[in-house]
Design a protein. Sequence first.
Length: 100
Amino acid sequence: MSLYGTPPENHSAPQPAPTDGAPADATPGPVCSSCGHDALDEGFIEDNGEGSRGNARWIPGPLELGILGGARRMGKQRFQIRAFACRRCRHLDLFVGDVA
């Protein structure tokens, strides 16, 4: 578990108990924060800038620019970004993942 936690299993209103034969202790998956649909596809945010490793990272704190105009990142922790796209409305939900 990261410093900032993991995506909530269900970040909408509490769901009623399952009645379709699913075990009572089954945890529902994430739900779209825009339309409430429960079918989300996990993906990733690409970073294809020069010198990039190919995936974007989240850095806590406000953006501070260095003398050459780039973001100051030295000594700051970096975290993976977990991305989920809703199949219904195509809304994208982002969550802080593990330390990158």
